[in-house]
Ligand binder design. Structure first.
Ligand code: DGY
Length: 325
């Protein structure tokens, strides 16, 4: 039996126990058995002496934490988004960062499409009306919304998830797809998606349903604010499954109240889990708590990939999805 000590790792957020078990042959594992993340000071305390950490997306990995945890060599997030991690600071300290792309693409696209459809067809608004006992009779224009089939789908951010949404729109719903992204897709990728690159302003003016799927960075903070919303059609919907902070939520609430756009679907919020209270006062909005990737198979796949990354990175293997190789 080897007398060599196993490296220590921290699983900073409760996840599937059988997936955590896969870490135990390789590491001394400490787990958070609660669904809640730890306060930052507690996270730093528990990271002392740990070579690796599995995080769930909400944990903040910044210079202060890195300086306070010199043993830390690998940060493995089960999310695809990593705006909570200061990757350059990790790279400067030789700390490897891995994320979990691809495994959540289709599930997240399903949800984005569902949220867009719910906004267009006023599903949440009409359900609330029913629950309040206000339905007295059928009427011609009651909760009449806008069509999704045949409409123009606008996508801001045409990465993997954006393309998966475009595929649903073009192939399933006969939509014309327009998109804006830093780089244009090659023509052979655009053609089957019925997709056309346009300037951001044209995207805003032309889209019947605009879906945001771009990664967050300070450069795109409030990229959708009052000015941009005013360019959109009054019949248009806006769906955000990307990150809070991309949309100015206060401006969005005002635009929805004023009828500048017809409806919105939000899964992410600036400062979440807190919500701008104005969002709760407008009826024409569907609100969900950051669950776009939350199907059981996908959350298992995300957790599994994060564990695979941690094992490979700390046992001399090649992590499947490194961010700063
Ligand atoms: C992701 O994977 O980035 C999702 O938003 C969950 O955080």
């Amino acid at each position: 039996m080897s007398t060599e000590k196993k490296p220590k790792v921290l699983v900073a957020r409760k996840t599937f126990p059988d997936i955590v078990e896969r870490l135990r042959p390789h590491f001394e594992v400490e787990t958070n058995d609660s669904e809640d993340g730890w306060p930052q000071a507690e996270l730093i305390r528990r990271l002392q002496g740990k070579a690796g950490v599995y995080i769930a997306g909400g944990e903040k990995i910044d210079q202060i934490l890195l300086d306070a945890c010199p043993a830390l060599k690998v940060i493995s997030t089960m999310a695809v988004g990593y705006n909570n991690i200061d990757v350059p600071a990790c790279t400067a300290r030789g700390v490897l960062v891995t994320n979990a792309p691809d495994v959540l693409t289709e599930t997240t696209a399903d949800f984005g499409f569902a949220l867009m459809m719910a906004a267009a067809r006023r599903i949440a608004e009409s359900e609330h009306f029913l629950r309040r006992g206000e339905w007295k009779q059928w009427s011609v224009t009651m909760f009449a919304g806008s069509d999704v089939h045949g409409a123009t789908l606008g996508i801001l951010g045409m990465g993997r998830i954006g393309q998966a949404i475009a595929k649903r729109g073009a192939l399933g719903f006969g939509m014309q797809v327009i998109y804006h992204n830093r780089s244009r897709l090659p023509a052979e990728q655009e053609a089957p998606l019925n997709a056309r690159w346009v300037e951001k302003e044209e995207l805003l003016r032309q889209a019947d349903h605009l879906v945001l799927v771009l990664p967050y960075s300070p450069a795109v903070h409030h990229i959708i604010g009052a000015r941009e919303l005013a360019l959109m059609k009054p019949t248009a919907t806006l769906t955000n499954i990307a990150r809070g902070g991309i949309v100015d939520d206060a401006a969005l609430a005002q635009a929805l109240a004023a009828g500048t756009i017809a409806a919105a679907g939000l899964d992410v919020y600036e400062g979440e889990p807190a919500l701008n209270p104005a969002l709760l006062t407008v009826p024409n909005i569907v609100l969900t708590p950051h669950i776009a990737s939350a199907s059981i198979p996908t959350r298992r796949a995300m957790s599994g990939l994060a564990v695979d990354n941690l094992i490979a990175a700390l046992t001399g293997g090649k992590p499947p999805t490194p961010l700063n190789p």
